[in-house]
Design a protein around this ligand. Sequence first.
Ligand code: ZN
Length: 437
Amino acid sequence: MTNPGQDIHALAAELYPICRSITGSGVRKTLSRLEKLIPLTRHEIPSGTSVLDWTVPKEWNVREAYIQDLQGKRLIDFQNCNLHVLNYSMPVRKRMTRAELASHVYTLPDQPDLIPYRTSYYSPNWGFCLSQKQWDAIPEGEYQVCIESSLEDGAMTLAECVVQGRTDEEVLISSHICHPALANDNLSGVCVATYLAKSLLASPPLRYTYRFLFVPGTIGSITWLSLNRHLLGRIRHGLVLSCIGDAGHFNYKKSRQGNAEIDRAMIHLLQRSGEPYGLHEFTPYGYDERQYCSPGFNLPVGCMMRSVHGTFPEYHTSADNPGFLKPESLAGSLRFLESVVELLDNNLTYVNQAPYGEPQLGKRGLYRATGGNGIADANMAKLWILNLSDGYHSLLDIAGRSNIPFPLLAESARELECAGLLRTASSEHSLVFRTAS
Ligand code: ZN
């Protein structure tokens, strides 16, 4: 049996060298690789398209880039690491002194071995990102500087994979696909989402429809929201996945609503995980949850992370490479997400059909008389469900109140439903018990 952690890691390592940005061929190439695993619908949005308060930018591609001495020796070469080019650099081909070059060079003096990741999407610029050591090793003198890039009218690519469920109510899973050679941020999110979609596609249809978005950060989610306003009413829950492949523990940032079902589901599962975790209130900074949770949309979308962006030394540097990803962490993130799906999909609200006194479970074969903790738990699960299923408490509410694991409650609820003792509550709460007479 293959280990999903190894498979996800191998996929991330394969995608790592591709030069991605918010537009361009690197994103398309990445999506083509994902399409070998899951079906994707792509949308090419032309440059210049107005999307909410933004405009889709020109398409950026880069063929080569280097700093070369006058003997023709390449000191810095984009082919070795695509972080070397300031993302969205304008083309440049010029002979210049080291001093002239200096204002276009980005380094990390406090982390002298690492190459920074820098972008200049919305203000025209060009530049090179180097380790401080590489920069220090370049002596005074003249250099041939070349960035062979193009910034032209083209398109921005968005992709989605829709796993149709039994209903059109949706769960949104979004990951940003715009970062070049960076592994945790966010090939981890992209690759785990791909494997989650693959696993859902191979399963019997779930209650919810699961929509996986692979979009460039900020402009991509803004564009998707702008083009899909008609779908937003269907979204019941959502997660942004970012930095979920490193050795750190889980961190969850709540949706703007703060007490949405996704927030309560994540907290419940994290509390029961037996592992350390971090919980964060919503802030209007971070990844695409900022857009999904902008006040006009206010969608119930939280953000699942391991190490939080901006807080680990590898963040946005060349040290965020495939070696920073742990196969067991990737596998653990996939497993956790599968448990989130299981919870959301089964978190129904029921109405006890025999609410006057306890229904006799034994005569229906629902009461396990013999000893053993597991059996007692199964009985307790049924008693809790029958007691709290008044049309107002969901299974997640019951899990919180009873401290019984959600999967056991879900299984017990199915048994009770089959026996005619439970019915799912209709949304309008018309099934509240009649007063006993
Ligand atoms: Zn980032």
